[in-house]
Design a protein around this ligand. Sequence first.
Ligand code: NAD
Length: 486
Amino acid sequence: MNERVIIPIVVGTKVLSEGSDGIGQSVDPATGEVVATFARAGEAEVEMAVAAAREAFDNGPWRRMRPFERGRILHRIGELMLQKRDEIARKESMDSGKPLRDSYWEVDCSARFFEFYGGAADKLHGNSIPLGPDWSDWTVKEGIGVSLHIIPWNYPFQLIARGVAPALAAGCAVIIKPSADTPVTAYEFVKICQEAGLPEGLVNLVNGRGSVAGDLLARHKGVDQITFTGSVPTGERVLVAAASHAIPCNMELGGKSPQILFADADLDRSLPIIAGGFLTHCGQVCNAGTRLFVERSIHDKVVEKLHARIKSMTLGAGVEDPDMGPLISRSHKSDVERYYDIARKDGELLLGADVPTAAALANGAFVRPGLVVGANNSTQIAREEIFGPILTVIPFDTASEAIDGANDSPFGLVAGIHTSNIDKALGVGSRLQVGQVWINSFGVGLDVEFPFGGYKLSGYGREKGLEALAAYQQVKNIAIHHPLPG
Ligand code: NAD
């Protein structure tokens, strides 16, 4: 990639290298260098994209195809992703700064979404409902229409695939609005869809600013449903826009996920999981486990071990596959550094905020990870989503205390429990107000098969698994009265 690469707007078969809101730049956060420029959509391009998607949904071939034929095209998209994984992963690491292995995970997970929903496309059954003699009644599931996908910058390729694959399987047409910080691999996604033979206008790409293109799309009466992944304040704005024409939304918002570590846990197994839970992609993960509730008897030992672990971490550009890459931008780096000051006010900060000194890192958005001890669960550092590599460690004495602390949060996305006692694990898990509970684990790898989504401010609706399909479907009930003649 170099500065001359222009990421276009794609509406139907048209590829627009200019948009009416000018040109944006995307920067490699490891070096500060421009890796691509992109066309920014304004009203004219938003109108074109909605018209293309509407035409594809209302009059195009997708809904008339047999479901297994749709499934085959989705499978083909997944295959092409795997064929192009090196190219996509490198581009993603340069655009978002994440270590190469995480970018490979993104591509592999995206392919899995297309395999999974490709297989589901011909299994979207309705129900037969008994109404008594002389009646037949059943439900059919129909695609909801034009589905808008507003995407954040942390896992752009994977989050597009997560929403678009079930939307297409359900029969919808889609419009993708990537983050202005990471527009690059969204274009790779659209090119793959075209190469796989997806009918014209079914997938449209609208790059641009959230406050312009994103807002215009969310308000547009030609959009039937929105899947939003991003922060709580932006999500609230999108909900207001959606309410202006009363359309449903899937909201995947932020988190401040708890990890609960009991003294009987196998620390050799648990600590790497806990460390990965707050350090992956420099902590810029919605479900990052950033509050660690640890049984008091092992608190000091755990802090010492985690501290030793983060001290030795290497930082570097994503394409070099370091232990940890940069944050997404220098402005986000300033936001995270502000939390290092808050951490010192709320407790004691172990490692962190010391600016990396290597010359190769000088122009990048690098920070060092931090552990916060001595801060309780009601402090600012323990309540706000930071989106940086900071873990707040809070001791507890009883399981009830750990449960209360874990639940005492505005968010409720996921939680981890680490113990060798299965009764304790299940008892605690059943009391946590979160959408996913992980016991002695915090992710299975290419996890696409089961539902993901939040309680409370973490959002509503579910992504992944068969549950995700509901967001993209209307349920129609058909009843026939057929009394026996005579
Ligand atoms: P953000 O809210 O700033 O932006 C998200 C998207 O919304 C971007 O595409 C942006 O351009 C667009 N946008 C901005 N203003 C808009 C408006 N007025 N109308 C319509 N669209 C608008 O989020 P971010 O900084 O890109 O991502 C980080 C956030 O995303 C974190 O809070 C994180 O927890 C959350 N996130 C959640 C999940 C999940 O699945 N729960 C996954 C990843 C990230």
